[in-house]
Structures are given as C-alpha cells and as structure tokens.
Design a protein around this ligand. Structure first.
Ligand code: FAD
Length: 398
C-alpha cells in the first residue's frame, strides 16, 4: 500500500471540467465522491494533503449503528453499513463483523440496557440483553467479577481507518473513474468555478467536506452555523500476543450517557447522577471508554471529549491514565502496552446530527457529523444527493 495518492492521480483533463467537485477526502468526501460516481457523474476529488490526515484516519474505525439516534440517523447508519461491507469487499479493505457488547457492572447500567433491549428491536436495532454467563460465552475479554450482564448487538463492524481511508481514493479512481487531485488545497469556490493549485475548474456542482477546516471556504456560513470542534485523546496497544482476539467491540455504562440511542431510557438520569458524583474526572473530560481490535491485533482505546473552537494542541497524560484505569475494571486483555497515542478533532453541531448548507446554488456544505462519520457518511451521501435531486429529504439550512 502506498500513501502517496499523487502516484495514482490521473492526468488532468485539458478542459478542467467535471460534473461535480468534492472538496476533502476524509470519509465524508469519499462517501460523496462514491455516491456521485454511482449516479453517473464525473467527479474530481480535491484533498489538501497528499493523503487525508484528519478525523477519518484517527478514529476507532467502528461502524456502530447501535449508538445512533432512533429513526433517520439509525436507518442511515444501517444503509452505510451495507455500503461499507460492499466497498470493503471490492476494495480489499480488512474488516470484521464483530458486533458490540455494552457491559453492565452496576444496577443502573443493567436497568438502562434492559429498558433499551425492551423497546429497541421494534425500532430496528437487532439487540438483546444477555446475562453475565451469556456475556462471558460471547467474549473472553470481559472481567466477570461484578458483571450483571450486557447488551449484545450483532450489527457492528470494525475496519482500520488508516487502511480504509488510504485505499478508498485508489479504489474510486480505478473502479469509479474519480479524478484524484491530492496535495491541492481548494482556495476558493465561486460556483460554477473552483480554484485549486493555481488552476480553475468549472463544475456543475460542488460539495464542501472540509472537516475541521471550516474557516477557509464559506467562512460566513460557518461563522453563523453554530458548529464547534471536539478534541478526543486515543491510544493503541502493541499487537496482542499469540494472535489473541478481542471479539466484539466493548463499551460500558459510561457510553450510555454519550450515545443518543439511549437518551429516552427512563433509568438514564440516575446513572448519569451516579457517574457525576463518583467519577467527576470522567465527566470533566467527557471520557467514555471503548475498545476495539484491528486486523493487526492492536487494541484501539479511547476516548475523551473536549469541546471548543480552538482545541488545546497538547495532550493530557491524566486523561490517558483515567481511560486506562477504567479499562482495567472490565477488560482482561493479555497486553495493555501502549504503542501510540494521538488526538483527533471532529466537528459537531449542538443540536443537529449533521450540518448541510447551501451557501449558493450548486454548492452543498456537508459537515458536523460529530462522532458518527464512519458510521453514517455513506448513507448521508445518498440522502444529500436524493435531496439535491428534488426529493428534499434533508433539513437543509442556507
Ligand atoms: C478520535 C476519534 C474517534 C472517532 N471514532 C469514530 C468511530 O469509531 N466511528 C464513527 O462513526 N465515527 C468516529 N469518529 C468520527 C469520525 O471520525 C468523523 O465524523 C469523520 O471522520 C469526519 O469526517 P470528515 O470527512 O468530515 O473530516 P476529515 O476526516 O477531517 O476530512 C476532511 C478533509 O478535508 C480536507 N480539506 C479541508 N479543507 C480543504 C480544502 N480547502 N481543500 C482540499 N481539502 C481540504 C482535509 O485535509 C481533510 O482530509 C471519531 C472521531 C475521532 C476524532
């Protein structure tokens, strides 16, 4: 695998025209480039760097419909999951249908999870409550002491974002005829013209998927959008010895206060109060602890949430220590030797699941997916184009 997308960039068409320009080759831009090509449009995909370096390569790689809000977003996530499975197969991207286990070690956690298991299947979540013995049979990575049980969801898929986000542009170029223009920042869009690398392109449409850089293009739309940034600290272990596998990705009661899927469970406020009282540092840094394993055998661990337009550039060792200490309460893995630490920044909107705007005719901005971009982008791209073609299925702001 080479990381230099310039090596596969096609020669520029002399007329510098395309049906659509997609700006940004994170998962949101890749999903829109794929969907546009699937609809028969000629696509040029611009990426500022020679390979995408943003949130899309820094995440867990969890395709996690379980956490998504019921209704539109969950349904979008399930459609995205289908596209991921199809693309992973076609593009040769490692993936594993691990499913997910959300563990309960406290009565309030099992109360929330049982409530959710009671109503969620009717809403399309294929999940079931398991008692402690059944959890232990599903995962040998779970500590059994104090375990009340857990919620099992078979829908979740894990990929390695570093591999997937690097390979997808090559696949789009090869199989879908997408023109890659990597290492070129788009410096201006004035529909129907796009400026990049000193050249001007004429396009019928443009989609701006610029992630955490939302000041450069259409700054006034962004300034009025309410979007903000969130910084998350992450870690990766060395590959687990003796080919040990984690099995299902794991979460705990901490995640129930993070994911909107659980927001309507009557027992949630009591759980939130207990965590605020007993673990104020976890609340302070927005920590909820997740673990997944990639194809190299490494465990990916995280995360924290610090909100603000200007994220702190330096990481906090105390956040990593809190994550590792909480992990030790439920995870029985052979090695927690940390090989890499990093942080990522995503963009989110305080009230919307996604921010889609039409700053001028022919242009859409798609941003603000928060912690759901890997899970929902491909379904979202379908919705953006359906909306664009007149079906008005999105709540678009201008
Ligand atoms: C630590 C962490 C863990 C997460 N875990 C998960 C998870 O497990 N599951 C999940 O569903 N989601 C997860 N998320 C959320 C997910 O990663 C994001 O929602 C998603 O990556 C956002 O994608 P994006 O394309 O908008 O942004 P990015 O990936 O940041 O991509 C934007 C791209 O646009 C390019 N760009 C910007 N401006 C220009 C310009 N002017 N010209 C050309 N190119 C430009 C940038 O270089 C960049 O490559 C996580 C996020 C983080 C940070």
């Amino acid at each position: 695998m080479t990381n230099d997308a310039n090596e596969v960039s096609k020669p520029m068409p002399p007329d510098r025209q395309a049906d659509i320009a997609v700006i940004g080759a994170g998962v949101v831009g890749l999903a829109h480039a794929y969907e546009a090509a699937r609809r028969g449009l000629s696509v040029i995909l611009f990426e500022r760097n020679t390979r995408a370096l943003g949130a899309s390569i820094r995440n867990f790689g969890m395709i996690l419909p379980l956490g998504m809000a019921p209704g539109v977003v969950h349904e979008r996530a399930m459609r995205s999951r289908e596209v991921w499975l199809e693309l992973a197969y076609q593009a040769g991207i490692w993936h594993e249908r691990t499913g997910a286990l959300v563990l309960a070690y406290h009565d309030d956690e099992s109360a929330v999870l049982r409530e959710f298991a009671g109503h969620a299947p009717a809403l399309g979540y294929p999940c079931t409550w398991l008692d402690a013995d059944a959890v232990a049979r599903r995962s040998r990575a779970v500590k059994e002491e104090g375990l009340r049980g857990g919620l099992w969801s078979p829908a979740e898929v894990i990929i390695d974002p570093r591999e997937a986000i690097a390979k997808l542009p090559f696949f789009l170029s090869r199989a879908c005829d997408v023109t890659l223009c990597f290492g070129q920042a788009v410096t201006g869009v004035a529909w129907p013209y796009v400026e990049a690398g000193g050249e001007t392109w004429r396009v019928e449409r443009a989609v701006v998927c610029s992630g955490a850089d939302f000041e450069t293009l259409y700054p006034s739309t962004f300034a009025a959008s309410g979007l903000t940034r969130c910084k998350l600290q992450m870690m990766r272990t060395v590959p687990q010895p003796a080919s040990w596998r984690l099995g299902p990705m794991l979460a705990t009661g901490l995640s129930l206060r993070h994911y909107p899927a659980f927001a309507s469970c009557p027992s949630l406020p009591a759980l939130e109060r207990r965590i605020a009282q007993n673990h104020p540092a976890l609340d302070r840094w927005g920590i909820h602890v997740l673990v997944a394993q990639n194809g190299l055998g490494e465990l990916v661990l995280g995360d924290s949430h610090e909100y603000g337009l200007t994220p702190e550039p330096f990481d906090r060792p105390e956040i990593d220590a809190l994550i590792l200490a909480y992990l030790d309460t439920f995870l029985a893995a052979p090695s927690l030797d940390i090989a890499q630490r990093w942080h990522g920044v995503y963009v989110n909107h305080p009230t919307r699941a996604v921010f889609v705007a039409e700053p001028e005719p022919g242009v859409r901005i798609v941003n603000g997916l928060g912690g759901t971009g890997m899970t929902t982008s491909f379904g979202l791209a379908q919705d953006v184009f359906t909306d664009w073609e007149g079906a008005r299925c999105l709540d678009t702001v201008s």
